[in-house]
Design a protein around this ligand. Structure first.
Ligand SMILES: [Zn+2]
Length: 88
């Protein structure tokens, strides 16, 4: 992955480092970490779970809601998981 690619905040298409989807900034700040909004938001709730703010059940419900909201299928979520496991 080329982390040095230049892009202007709020404009331009880039590829999510985790799931590989071509995406663009939606205003959540996800372009600053080179992720799509799904991977970015999911990272946030994973942190909440890891910090004990969400139970595993609450986390699963939030994750399912994000997948519905952003139209994420199992393949895309699996790519994200594989990238994180591989240490991207
Ligand atoms: Zn992504």
């Amino acid at each position: 992955m080329n982390r040095n690619a230049r892009f202007e905040k709020g404009s331009g298409v880039y590829t999510c480092d985790f799931c590989g989807k071509k995406t663009r900034e939606t205003g959540c700040g996800e372009s600053s970490v080179h992720l799509c909004v799904y991977c970015y938001e999911l990272g946030g709730i994973e942190n909440s779970r890891d910090d004990g703010e969400l139970t595993q059940e609450e986390f699963e419900a939030e994750k399912a809601a994000l997948q519905t909201r952003f139209g994420v299928n199992k393949e895309r979520d699996a790519r994200r998981t594989a990238s994180i496991t591989a240490g991207v």
